[in-house]
Design a protein around this ligand. Structure first.
Ligand code: ADP
Ligand code: ADP
Length: 227
């Protein structure tokens, strides 16, 4: 589903955020991406979303070389990739329904089809019936679920999350991780960047480690780098 082939990324005027990163994620795989702040986790996710371009190397998603993608193909690519952010980036001047429906407006669904998809997405995160609420009235955990519903409303094949539990207590964090695991069970490929090593160890999933832009696999020689 995802392949990085010797990918490096240097920001203009900055140092190298990623250096010679190669790895693969199989379709339907669930993996964590860990590493210190500034290790390159967000950069790696942004390359998959085409929010950034590599300086060297190639990124493939679903068999497509992102570097060869025409601008007309980019909207289709973005629909294939759902993204969850730490601060969930919800709009507080819109209802839960409108927040989750945002990615659909761009894709041009009929209102009936959009409604069906929004309800299915809210159902998948346990928030059916909350459509008319304003996200500001919801708890932190519920807000994060709205963010996840929005990320999956287009039924993406790949689900990425950047510190999705950063603001939540351990119990809520575990619930959110279990939600991600349920998407994996229906065939979605899931990659979650997180600092929360205790939670990662409890989940027992594959762990990919970034250390100053270089990649290690947990259990490999680089494991001791991360405390
Ligand atoms: P992480 O998500 O692991 O905290 P990032 O990918 O955000 O790491 O950052 C990796 C490195 O790249 C850091 O040194 C960061 O300061 C730098 N960086 C990230 N984004 C930019 C940017 N837009 N311009 C310049 N440097 C950046
Ligand atoms: P995180 O630690 O969650 O990755 P940051 O707070 O480091 O996020 O970065 C927030 C935003 O600022 C990101 O879009 C990132 O690309 C950008 N950024 C990070 N470091 C730099 C930098 N040194 N110069 C410019 N932009 C940066």
């Amino acid at each position: 589903m995802v392949r990085f082939d010797r990918v490096s990324k240097r920001y203009p005027g900055g140092k190298e955020a990623l250096t010679g990163v190669s790895f693969e994620l199989q379709r339907g795989e669930f993996a964590f991406l860990t590493g210190h702040s500034g290790a390159g986790k967000s950069t790696l996710l942004k390359l998959m979303m085409l929010m950034e371009r590599p300086s060297r190397g190639q990124v493939f998603v679903d068999g497509q070389n992102l570097g060869r993608m025409s601008s007309g193909q980019i909207p289709y690519h973005r629909r294939k990739v759902g993204v969850v952010f730490q601060n969930h980036q919800l709009l507080f001047d819109r209802s839960v329904y409108e927040n989750v429906a945002l990615p659909l407006q761009i894709a041009g669904y009929t209102p009936a089809e959009a409604g069906r998809r929004v309800r299915a997405a809210l159902d998948s995160v346990g928030l059916l019936g909350m459509e008319k609420r304003n996200p500001i009235e919801l708890s932190g955990g519920e807000q994060q679920r709205v963010g996840i519903a929005r990320a999956v409303v287009n039924k993406p094949a790949l689900l990425l999350a950047d510190e999705p539990t950063g603001n939540l207590d351990p119990e809520l964090s575990a619930e959110i991780m279990n939600l991600f695991a349920r998407f994996q069970q229906v065939g979605v490929t899931v990659l979650i960047a997180t600092h929360d090593i205790a939670l990662v160890e409890r989940m027992g999933s594959r762990r990919i480690i970034l250390d100053h832009g270089q990649m290690h696999e947990a259990g490999g020689a680089g494991d001791w780098h991360v405390g």
